[in-house]
Design a protein around this ligand. Structure first.
Ligand SMILES: [Zn+2]
Length: 250
């Protein structure tokens, strides 16, 4: 097994740990860019916590990225495209979310992606405070691991339409903030974290779940009290925070 695939399995097992409440049963998925031409993604219906090499499918970017430009495809057409994207036609079927993985893995500097239906994050994403959580930051380590803000995706039908919305909102985020997002939050659905290493994807996921717990607790006490935009930028620019990011392989 290549080290890249074993890194993907490590990330998957970490995200699928039962005690973390990030993903149970077939929930969530992970991916890694293997080359300019292909990436590996979790197969549909497999379990993150016990993911094995044969549960990972290698797919061609060129077979999926053109779909981001198309409208009105049927579920059957998307299904056929997912199967046709496999490098090995005997491999399992890629997750329906493989299209957003292909799209996000083609952003500069992104190599690994994790997606989960994290329990506490979803408490907020299924509430009226979802956008508040995406737009604001409450404590320094949240900024170090999750960035200065998260991309927010209003509820969208899963599949191709969701992949298109994620790409559009992510491009808008990069234009506005002049940096790559580390966290994407999908209303009534779940969280995506992305980065150049599997460790950065895991750190962003764990810290987002911790931030969600703090948000929910602080909301019960009349809060949360958010950082001002000035304080967020100040922490994001501090050399000691940059050192911590390097130490965490962010
Ligand atoms: Zn999902």
């Amino acid at each position: 097994m290549s080290t890249t695939i074993s890194d993907l399995l490590t990330l998957s097992h970490e995200l699928g740990r039962e005690d973390r409440g990030l993903a149970i049963l077939g929930e969530g998925n992970t991916s890694v860019r293997l080359s300019d031409e292909t990436f590996a993604v979790k197969a549909s219906g497999t379990c993150l916590g016990t993911l094995k090499e044969e549960d990972v499918v290698e797919c061609r970017f060129s077979a999926l990225l053109p779909f981001l430009e198309k409208d009105n495809l049927t579920d059957q057409q998307v299904d056929d495209a997912l199967l046709a994207a496999r490098v090995d036609s005997k491999a399992k079927k890629p997750s329906v979310e493989a299209v957003f993985h292909a799209s996000l893995l083609s952003l500069p500097g992104i190599k690994f992606i994790g997606h989960a239906h994290a329990t506490t994050v979803n408490q907020i994403l299924c509430s009226t405070r979802a956008r508040d959580f995406a737009d604001h930051r409450m404590f320094p380590d949240e900024i170090v691991c999750c960035g200065t803000a998260s991309v927010f995706i209003p509820y969208t039908d899963p599949g191709l339409r969701l992949a298109k919305t994620i790409r559009h909102q992510t491009d808008e985020f990069i234009k506005k903030h002049q940096r790559q997002p580390r966290v994407i939050l999908m209303e009534n659905h779940g969280i995506i974290t992305l980065g150049g290493t599997w460790q950065s994807v895991l750190s962003a996921m764990l810290m987002a779940e911790k931030a969600a717990k703090i948000f929910v607790g602080a909301a019960a006490l009349g809060g949360p009290v958010f950082f001002s935009p000035r304080n967020v930028e100040r922490i994001a620019g501090r050399p000691d925070e940059a050192y911590r990011q390097r130490a965490l392989k962010m």
